[in-house]
Design a protein around this ligand. Structure first.
Ligand SMILES: [Zn+2]
Ligand SMILES: [Zn+2]
Length: 408
């Protein structure tokens, strides 16, 4: 076993206890008073890193390496901390005690493991020619947390050379780390439509412009768009999220207004641009054909996440040198989830690693569901992935691999 894994294993029991404490006491959004207090107290009590608050609940910890010869560059490691508005339906002894709130996306694993990585990496301080910044981030699920760090005037982002983050993955078995080269996760746009027709009594449809019929046609055209305008080897998804029209007690009346909205996910920026242009054209054409007015607007809520290949190489080497070559999986395609880590990779080279959390022999359970779980062994892999990535990035020798061989 490598020296690094011995150090990971030494902190793992305490980190596992913190993970269960976080899991039991989930908090949502940008204000995570108890979560932030716990992480901050652990950093102050058990480590010598500098600790700063970012906004209400963000924590920025700074580890200054002691090895001369660096270029003053910074590697940023991020762990998110927020939970979801879901009622937990597991029978875990450390299941959520907060009604209607649950760590159903594994951010309890990321935050606690990043804390473990601080403790491990501090032991290598003298061998690190640079700085490591640890971002304990709130508000990922509401896509506000990364933006709040990037907007903080006290953080000099011009010094950041690279960034890395981890996320648990229920489809992959615990002990594995999945790396995706290049395009990894989707951009998310919220699309809003308002269809304005002309209402009247249903007995005289010729006097009306039925906004509901126009909206139905619009919905079907949007679905056809995906199958006809997107290269089959590319990925895109458009899901209707809400529709509002009419009144239950007015079935004899033609609705004059329908509001609807959809989420659009794409991994390829050119496909995104093309689809947005085509959607506007569909609205214009449908409006001409039906005499309804159709307003279309959109807002990008999260950019696509691109993993820098050179940093994927660093991650693969890091995992091979610590957990062994069998622990590395290469993801064959992007996924259509959106992740606010992408706001960082818009500015710096970055890599976002997927940490297997499925118990062998158990079915995978998707994140954001009441039955979601993470195998307790995930903590060990996640601490190792953060720490090994940082050491490999800074060229610190990682020594023997898991199992005692260093001949990979
Ligand atoms: Zn999530
Ligand atoms: Zn998540």
């Amino acid at each position: 076993m490598s020296e690094l894994m011995r150090r990971v294993d030494a902190v793992e029991p305490e980190i596992r206890a913190i993970w269960q404490q976080l899991h039991q006491n989930p908090e949502r959004g940008m204000a995570l008073p108890n979560t932030a207090k716990l992480i901050e107290a652990e950093l102050l009590a058990k480590t010598g890193v500098e600790v700063h608050r970012v906004g209400e609940a963000g924590i920025w910890a700074v580890l200054r390496g002691g090895k001369p010869g660096g270029d003053d560059g910074v590697l940023m490691l991020r762990g998110d901390m927020d939970a979801l508005p879901i009622q937990e339906a597991t029978d875990l002894p450390y299941a959520s005690r907060s009604p209607g709130v649950m760590h159903a996306c594994g951010h309890d694993v990321h935050a606690s493991s990043l804390l473990g990585a601080v403790r491990v990496l501090e032991q290598y301080r003298d061998q690190i020619p640079g700085e490591i910044w640890f971002f304990f981030q709130p508000g990922e699920e509401v896509l506000q947390g990364a933006k709040s760090f990037l907007a903080d005037p006290h953080i000099d982002f011009s010094r950041v050379r690279a960034c890395a983050g981890c996320h648990v993955l229920g489809f992959t078995e615990v002990g594995k780390v999945s790396v995706r080269y290049g395009s990894h996760l989707a951009s998310l746009d919220a699309l809003h439509f308002t269809v304005r027709g002309r209402g009247a009594h249903a007995s005289t449809p010729n006097e009306t412009v039925d906004a509901m019929v126009v909206a139905a046609e619009l919905i079907m055209k949007l679905q056809v768009l995906l199958s006809r305008e997107v290269n089959p080897s590319d990925m895109a998804n458009l899901t209707l999220g809400y529709i509002r029209a009419g009144e239950p007690d007015r079935v004899g009346w033609v609705a004059d207004r329908v509001e609807l909205g959809a989420g659009m996910r794409t991994v390829n920026p050119a496909t995104r641009t093309r689809l947005l242009e085509r959607i506007q054209a569909i609205c214009d054409g449908l409006s001409l054909a039906t005499r309804a007015e159709i307003d279309f607007s959109y807002e990008n809520q999260c950019p696509a996440l691109w993993n820098t290949p050179a940093l994927c190489d660093v991650a693969v080497r890091a995992v091979e040198h610590t957990l062994g070559a069998q622990a590395v999986e290469l993801a064959p395609s992007p996924a259509l989830g959106a992740e606010d880590f992408a706001f960082y990779t818009q500015h710096f080279p970055g890599v976002f690693l997927s940490i297997g959390c499925r118990t062998p022999g158990r079915d995978s359970i998707p994140a954001h569901t009441p039955e979601f779980y993470t195998d307790p062994g995930t903590i060990r892999t996640c601490i190792a992935a953060y720490a090994a990535f940082a050491l490999e990035y800074f060229g610190v020798a990682l020594g023997d691999t898991e199992g005692g061989s260093d001949t990979i």
